[in-house]
Design a protein around this ligand. Structure first.
Ligand SMILES: NC(=O)c1ccc[n+]([C@@H]2O[C@H](COP(=O)([O-])OP(=O)(O)OC[C@H]3O[C@@H](n4cnc5c(N)ncnc54)[C@H](O)[C@@H]3O)[C@@H](O)[C@H]2O)c1
Ligand SMILES: [Zn+2]
Ligand SMILES: [Zn+2]
Length: 369
């Protein structure tokens, strides 16, 4: 079978891959579609300290084609979204409904793929959705209704849960709270639509690619600012006037209640902090290299009770949150089909990569079959 393999320096479509047989709690999924997330580009450019060679892709949906003898939650023929969290299901974090804090979900690597000449190939993000078939743990499979197009459902596997979960689980944005979102990509668009659903009356989208304005507004942004503008913070101050709670002063108070950094660049994180009102917080969703640093002023934090928090995979609990996302989609509140900018058969995956690098798409989807 075919799969997209990053070998530590280059990424290629490889034919002749073999997949191991399922263990007792394993599920084989025939991938129908998989979205290309920026984290795949980061893996392909070597900035993640995770093993290679590996089969890329971590945002996939497909049809179950085999199950291990102890699997009870899915059957052959079921349509599933694959969650990247290969959680143990038994630790304190799992028991508490926080599998993004489960130790088993970070740093483990499995080599279920083999090339025609016998080389063992790792998984990426416990998912490896850029292959005709992959093998995942039963806990990673969330069954979905068969009438949800798999090209759209695939995006739930990362971009949707990451963006929606950042707003609903990590920040827990309340109706009436104002917001700004840096980076209008597959993740940022989902932050924007979750803010709309949560009732944020002011949602400022920021991107350096100005063509993103229409998409941002379609998903719910009320304003759009050029990410390259030197007076970005002043523009935010004009849209979200200084709080009546305090003078601007040396704390730089005034602005929005929530800032979502879906880029992870030091200038962006700093601007995000500068755009906050008293009591506001920055949620860092973007992933930078292991050594990237950002600097900020203590004065922006303490007296004005601001915070900076990271958010992994929308802090989701997949079996609770993915069905909720499907419900919001069915109710017409959550845009899913509109996230698919283009579909490309796997042999054209490089077109999808170039489109993502251009910054102009919501999501490109790679199809198999
Ligand atoms: N925390 C998580 O669990 C998690 C999950 C998925 C993705 N991510 C990360 O989130 C980030 C976004 O992923 P994506 O798939 O949406 O990427 P994307 O490439 O689709 O979108 C990124 C957007 O940011 C814009 N941008 C770049 N520099 C900017 C700047 N200085 N100011 C404003 N906008 C800027 C780009 O033009 C693009 O529209 C990546 O870092 C990715 O690795 C994190
Ligand atoms: Zn656990
Ligand atoms: Zn992702």
């Amino acid at each position: 079978m075919r799969g997209i393999v990053y070998d530590g320096s280059e990424t290629r479509l490889v034919d002749g891959l073999e997949l191991c047989d399922p263990g007792p709690r394993d599920v084989i999924v025939d991938i129908a579609a998989a979205g290309l997330c920026h984290s795949d580009l980061s893996y392909m450019s070597g900035i993640y300290p995770v093993p290679s060679p590996g089969v890329c892709g971590h945002e996939g949906a497909g049809v179950v084609s085999a199950v291990g003898e102890a699997v009870t939650n899915v059957r052959v023929g079921d349509h599933v979204v694959i969650a990247t969290l290969s959680a143990c299901g038994m630790c304190e974090a799992c028991g508490d409904g926080r599998p993004t804090a489960c130790r088993a979900t970070l740093g483990r690597s499995r080599t279920p793929f083999t090339t025609a000449d016998g080389e063992q190939i790792h998984m990426f993000a416990a998912t490896s959705a850029f292959a005709e078939k992959t093998i995942v743990a039963d806990i990673q499979c969330v069954r979905i209704p068969k009438d949800v197009p798999l090209t759209s459902a695939a995006l739930i596997g990362c971009g949707v849960v990451t963006g929606v979960g950042a707003v609903m689980n990590r920040a827990r944005v309340q109706r009436g709270e104002t917001s700004i979102v840096f980076g209008v990509g597959g993740v940022g668009l989902n932050v924007i639509q979750a803010l709309r659903i949560a009732g944020s009356p002011t949602i400022i989208a920021v991107d350096t690619v100005l063509e993103k304005e229409d998409l941002a507004r379609q998903f719910g942004a009320t304003h759009f600012i050029d990410g390259g503008a030197e007076d970005l913070v002043a523009q935010v101050g004009a849209i979200a006037p200084h709080s009546s709670r305090a003078d601007r002063g040396w704390f730089n108070s005034g602005g929005v209640d929530w800032a979502f950094d879906c880029v992870a660049h030091p200038d962006v994180t700093w601007n995000a902090l500068e755009c906050l009102d008293w009591n506001g917080s920055v949620v860092v969703v973007g992933v930078a290299s292991q050594t990237a640093e950002f600097k900020g002023l203590y004065s922006r934090l303490t007296q004005v009770e601001r915070g900076i928090m990271g958010c992994r995979y929308g802090s989701i609990s997949p079996h609770r949150d993915i069905p909720r996302i499907i419900e919001m989609y069915r109710a017409g509140d959550l845009l899913l089909d509109e996230l698919v900018s283009a579909t490309h058969p796997v042999e054209d995956w490089e077109i999808a990569r170039d489109e993502l690098e251009s910054g102009k798409v919501a999501r490109g989807v790679i199809t198999f079959g």
